[in-house]
Design a binder for this molecule. Structure first.
Ligand code: NAP
Length: 258
């Protein structure tokens, strides 16, 4: 398919690579910052422009991969005409295209993207939704060419998936950041935690996260919880997080859990 990318950030960059590798042509890149559009366009051999000055080349699909706040404005600035218009956001309903596009849908990649990281796109679950059965078929064909895991998901399901993704990725990574800071204060390296971090994920996937829970909150070891809270006394924000998570674990833990 001939594809136009609206946006030149993390998702657009990873998508461009996956599209090219799987025989599609990225024929246009349009973004807010000219240098960003140009840099991505040069990698794909596409024409480029900014949202205020861009003549669309002919294409089959336009993928809007911009910040969620700017999405509506960008769709208005770069109207898709009869092209299949897709966005890549977890928490924005498909109907954002209503009245702005004839053929539309969503291609939400359930993964975290950061520039410079290599990700096997074929393993990324791609959640799809489209406004007509014909467009769903076209989108299914496009998505299946990129990934072996294509999942139909309506806007409400996708919103919940995104919320769950925020918990397991964004929030967990923030806890990594806090843990790293604590270890640095005592001149200990973050990678000492690597086997524990890896086992946490492996175990939750193997036996389910509820069964996998351990630690002072699950055991109700109040003496240890008190010590940890004292250690965090200089950092009220972290104390608050520790308390909230401890209470959440305790209220979720069955008496037989150790
Ligand atoms: N990153 C992820 O892990 C991830 C995962 C799944 C889905 N998504 C979704 O994919 C979409 C893109 O996310 P991303 O992480 O690729 O974002 P990003 O790297 O921050 O890139 C954002 C893009 O939006 C443009 N933009 C930002 N603010 C704008 C504004 N006010 N007006 C016009 N354009 C603006 C930027 O333009 P310039 O840089 O040219 O200024 C850039 O092209 C979002 O809907 C996000 O929810 C992201």
């Amino acid at each position: 398919m001939r594809i136009i990318l609206a946006g030149a950030g993390r998702v657009a960059g990873h998508l461009a690579e996956a599209l090219q590798e799987n025989g599609h042509a990225v024929v246009g890149v349009v973004s807010r910052t000219p240098q960003h559009a140009q840099r991505l366009a040069e990698k794909t051999g596409a024409v480029w422009g900014t949202f205020s000055s861009f003549t669309l080349p002919t294409a089959d699909v336009v993928i809007y991969a911009v910040s969620d706040q700017a999405l509506e404005e960008v769709i208005t600035a770069i109207p898709p005409g009869r092209m299949l218009a897709l966005h890549t956001a977890g928490s924005i309903p498909m109907d954002i295209f209503k009245g702005k596009a004839k053929n539309y849908g969503v291609l939400y990649p359930l993964q975290t993207f950061t520039e410079g990281r290599q990700i096997d796109f074929r393993e990324i679950p791609l959640c799809i939704e489209a406004n007509t059965p014909e467009n769903k078929e076209r989108l299914q064909a496009l998505a299946s060419s990129l990934s072996r895991r294509v999942i139909p998901a309506g806007s409400e399901q996708r919103l919940t998936l995104h919320l769950a993704a925020v918990l397991v990725n964004n929030f967990v990574n923030h806890l990594f950041v806090l843990a790293d800071g604590l270890l640095r204060e005592k001149e200990l390296p973050f990678d000492l935690l690597q086997p524990l971090m890896e086992e946490t994920v492996a175990k939750a996937l193997a036996m389910g996260p509820e069964k996998a829970q351990t630690g002072p909150a699950a055991r109700n070891d109040e003496n240890v919880i008190k010590k940890h809270l004292e250690l965090l006394s200089c950092s009220p924000g972290m104390q608050k997080i520790y308390r909230l998570l401890t209470e959440s674990i305790q209220s979720n833990t069955h008496p037989q859990k150790k």
